[in-house]
Design a protein. Structure first.
Length: 298
């Protein structure tokens, strides 16, 4: 019988053909999935940067204040060259918020120049609610601002400049906090800085008024004096007997008792062992005489 007519060979060939078809289908599906994944990643790469750039309080220094005020800083007359020219001293100790209850009053802080700006440059700082802040009304927060005009004494790189914002558009805040941020430069596209202050709430702030006067002075007279004389007699009862230390005999009670004498050389006293020793020696001598065999006669 030829191989072509063998049913087993026919089934094996059909099975191999089916495997090859299945493999081709899987390869085609994998290629299609890879193209879909690549397209998704490309779309995310195009969308994510703009979304991340726009997120965050103050839009990373690219927004004007709630009143529309912008900074106006230049380097050699150029607004663009003033970009990234300052950094906010935003640690917890670098910014404060005074409140009356949960009503914001004044925010203070400082920033440091990282470039030398032209004299007359203006840098605007304003307040914004942090992400998740419960500031109310929220729209009022960004309307509170201050603008610092640089002079020849504070326009150089490394200069530290203090700022203070008095809240004139009132709001309350007790959680989430608010931040101090830089307003965008006058061209609308250049950020003075994306840095921010530490987030503060009224519950964490410095009180707007100092606490009331400290407690009154201590009493003019000290506590009552101790008794003028000690008790006239010791307490009665058995306590004195329990604490009394007996006198005399202590050395005899604490001395170590001596062991009885065991040597046989002591002949003093009626208890001497010498007579017993003599008796034992006499018995031994007598036994020696009695038990010695008589010499045989020649």
């Amino acid at each position: 019988m030829s191989l072509s007519n063998n049913p087993s060979q026919t089934r094996i060939g059909a099975y191999r053909m089916k495997l090859r078809q299945t493999s081709r289908r899987r390869s085609t599906l994998a290629r299609r999935l890879s193209w879909l994944v690549a397209a998704g990643l490309a779309t995310a790469a195009l969308i994510t940067p703009s979304a991340a750039f726009a997120a965050g309080p103050g839009n990373n220094g690219l927004d004007a204040t709630g009143n529309g005020t912008k900074s106006n800083a230049t380097v050699g007359g150029s607004l663009a060259d003033a970009g990234n020219s300052a950094v906010m001293d935003g640690s917890q100790g670098g910014s404060t918020l005074t409140c009356d209850g949960d009503k914001a009053g004044t925010s203070t802080g400082s920033f440091t120049l990282t470039k030398t700006l032209d004299v007359g440059s203006k840098i605007t700082v304003y307040l914004v609610p942090n992400n998740g802040s419960n500031a109310t009304p929220e729209a009022n927060v960004a309307k509170n601002e201050t603008t610092i005009t640089l002079t020849s004494s504070n326009n150089t790189s490394g200069s530290k400049i203090n700022w203070s914002i008095t809240v004139t558009s009132p709001f309350t805040v007790s959680s989430g906090g608010i931040l101090g941020v830089f307003a965008v430069n006058a061209d609308g596209v250049t950020a003075i800085s994306s840095s921010k202050t530490f987030s503060l709430n009224c519950t964490e702030s410095t009180p707007s008024t100092p606490p009331s006067t400290p407690p009154s002075t201590p009493p003019s007279t000290p506590p009552s004096t101790p008794p003028s004389t000690p008790p006239s007699e010791a307490p009665s009862g058995s306590v004195a007997g329990e604490t009394f230390t007996p006198t005399g005999g202590v050395e005899a009670e604490t001395s170590v008792p001596t062991a009885p004498r065991t040597d046989i050389d002591d002949t003093s006293g009626p208890g001497s062992s010498m007579p017993l020793l003599l008796i034992v020696l006499g018995i031994i001598g007598l036994a020696a005489v009695v038990l010695t065999p008589k010499r045989s006669r020649r």
